[in-house]
Design a binder for this molecule. Structure first.
Ligand SMILES: [Zn+2]
Length: 303
């Protein structure tokens, strides 16, 4: 199975920052080591061009990001120090989602080993997210008249406020977000369906809520393309999450979403989104299980 990565494009971070910069390389080593992908199937994502980003994001925001002129308030909200390297990396992260989206059209499902930057909205970049990769990829699909009816299933523990804002007035894109009720962001933009999950919720109750949400969202959206944000941060050991899912529960979640999307006939692009375990190896475990679930479901779609 082909996958995309941008792990070689690192950026300066203060020591002990929570952003898991090392995760991305470890994940590549892991999925190759596990035999899920060969080294030849790991592709370095190309950077999205600024025109592609402008299809989704406000020109003023893009120029502040490009020139390093974010306001103090914006940079604080972003939670990452601006650098040229940060911007280059973020463009490649979007590029990986673009490539995986295209691949999913042929193989039913594909994954970017990154992306899921759902706190980036039309005119704001916050919560470690510079650009909204999923929105940029959907805009690219629509330029070639695909993905007319889209569903975005966001299972990161944090609500997908940026995605919700971008698609608020788009009747052909259904945004579903399942997240910790008491997690960031604290000022929200409503999705088409937001499911607030109580702190401490474990596998069984979470999966029940997800099943009901998918029933509703699939019925309403009837998608011809889908994105799935497989956040690792609903895990019980996550430092930024408040839910109590086990690793087995997270895998059951991935399988449920992927199987429901496939049954609905919607090709799906999977992205990683967040994961902030104290030991990055735990986040890598969870992400690698997602990759395995995707690999088990690739199939050749006939036109
Ligand atoms: Zn998150």
């Amino acid at each position: 199975m082909h996958v995309w990565t941008h792990h070689r494009w690192r950026f300066p971070l203060p020591s002990r920052h929570r952003f898991p910069l090392d995760k991305y390389e470890l994940l590549v080593e892991r999925v190759v080591g596990d035999g899920l992908v060969t080294e030849d199937e790991v592709h370095e994502a190309a950077p999205v061009d600024w025109v592609g980003l402008a299809a989704v994001h406000d020109a003023g925001l893009l120029s502040r990001i490009r020139e390093g002129c974010l306001t103090v308030r914006e940079e604080r909200g972003l939670g990452l120090p601006w650098s040229r390297e940060l911007v280059d990396r973020a463009r490649r992260s979007v590029g990986g989602t673009l490539a995986a989206t295209e691949h999913a059209l042929d193989f039913g499902v594909a994954i970017n080993l990154g992306g899921g930057t759902h706190h980036a909205g039309h005119d704001f970049a916050r919560g470690y997210c510079l650009f909204n990769d999923v929105a940029v990829a959907l805009a690219a699909l629509r330029r070639v008249e695909l993905g007319r009816r889209a569903l975005i299933v966001d299972c990161d523990v944090h609500q997908g406020d940026g995605t919700a804002q971008i698609f608020a007035d788009d009747p052909h894109t259904f945004t579903l977000s399942l997240h910790g009720a008491r997690n960031y962001p604290f000022s929200r933009v409503p999705s088409d369906l937001d499911v607030d999950i109580a702190s401490g919720t474990g596998d069984a109750r979470y999966l029940r809520a997800l099943r009901e949400a998918l029933d509703f969202a699939l019925d309403r959206s009837r998608p011809d393309f889908a994105f799935y944000l497989a956040g690792a941060d609903p895990w019980e050991g996550d430092r930024l999450g408040r839910l109590k899912l086990s690793k087995a529960g997270l895998l059951a979640r991935d399988e449920l979403v992927l199987d429901r999307l496939a049954a609905a006939g919607a090709p799906a692009c999977v992205v990683l989104a967040g994961g902030y375990a104290a030991d990055v190896a735990d986040t890598v475990d969870i992400n690698a299980a997602t990759v395995a679930a995707v690999a088990a479901r690739t199939r050749v779609l006939t036109a």
